[in-house]
Design a protein around this ligand. Structure first.
Ligand code: BEZ
Ligand code: FE
Length: 311
């Protein structure tokens, strides 16, 4: 609005160039320009690209007021569902395939390197440190299984002392943190140190497929889109060693239900293994397991940390 200065002269407000005003056509450009003073160049690039894609999306679907309110409500409920042991936002990222996309972009495994997959929301309590050969199945329920493996570099040289962190669901498809009893925390988790030849072994049970937590906003999204919530049976591994890039991955059980339709898109063919049965009382006794038992073997190949071109 025009204003009088002290001499009583009417001064016109400075004109704002039309190119700087918000409009339907120029919305993304105007908002992106507002970030011009961002000091961190990477943050500037990410924010301006995000705004451009979000504005394109809103225009593409001609988002209504009601839909925008529903989206805000959905994201609010997603946040309100998070607790110390439940991460609904990671779950949302998982079912939208974002977790796998970020994982894949950042871990382009070269030939022979162990491929990575999603970490998932259940690596939320520290795994108890255990001796090689120990059992991670504290309650002993389920089909016994001996897990053996090795950790090496791409040249085949063993990585002695590599840390092997494992976690898996129980025989009913629940992780320990999903159980009401806090004393169960640590069941079916273990942190092992590979021996001088880079080998590891532990006793466990054959994992079962399970539904991701579907009683919250993410479950409602799956329901509304007629998608099932199940993940094929797997054991999680996070393997690390000084001088190597940590790999976060799974071993999937060959033939498990949902291997072709994982709710979080995490399956890679190189990570699927047979878990054959061994019926041999002597070997069972040697392994410290009842006869018969199942076995699986996993040779992990880590990328050297300075291998920029590969990962
Ligand atoms: C998991 O494997 O633990 C997991 C991964 C993504 C979503 C839910 C669970
Ligand atoms: Fe899992």
């Amino acid at each position: 609005m025009a204003q009088r200065d002290v001499s009583g002269t009417v001064a016109e407000p400075p004109a704002v160039p039309a190119s700087e005003l918000f409009s339907e056509e120029r919305s993304a450009e105007v908002v992106a320009a507002s970030f011009a003073g961002t000091r961190d160049p990477r943050l500037h690039r990410v924010l301006t690209s995000l705004v451009r894609h979000l504005h394109d999306f809103v225009k593409d679907v001609e988002l209504t007021d009601e839909e925008w309110a529903a989206a805000i409500g959905f994201l609010t409920a997603t946040g309100q569902t998070c607790t110390a042991t439940r991460q609904e936002f990671i779950l949302l990222s998982d079912v939208l395939g974002i977790s796998m996309l970020v994982e894949t972009l950042n871990n382009r495994a070269g030939d022979d390197l162990t491929e990575s997959t999603v970490e998932g929301p259940f690596h939320v309590v520290a795994s108890p440190r255990r001796e090689l050969g120990a059992s991670i199945a504290e309650d002993g329920r389920g089909t016994p299984c001996l897990v053996t493996g090795s950790v090496a570099g791409p040249d085949g040289r063993p990585v002695p002392g590599a840390e092997v962190d494992v976690w898996q669901a129980d025989d009913e498809g629940f992780y320990d943190v999903q159980r009401a009893d806090e004393r169960a925390h640590g069941n079916l988790r273990g942190l092992f140190t590979a021996d001088a030849e880079g080998r590891f072994r532990f006793r466990s049970i054959v994992p079962r497929y399970y539904p991701i937590p579907a009683d919250g906003p993410v479950g409602r999204l799956l329901e509304a889109t007629s998608r099932h919530p199940n993940r094929p049976a797997h054991i999680h591994f996070e393997v690390s060693a000084p001088g190597y890039r940590t790999v976060t991955t799974h071993l999937f059980v060959a033939g498990t239900p949902f291997i072709d339709s994982d709710a979080v898109f995490g399956v890679k063919p190189s990570l699927v293994r047979e878990f054959p049965e061994v019926d041999d009382p002597a070997r069972a006794e040697q392994a410290g397991l009842p006869n018969p038992f199942r076995t699986v073997h996993f040779d992990v190949v880590l990328s050297p940390a300075d291998d920029e071109g590969v990962r």
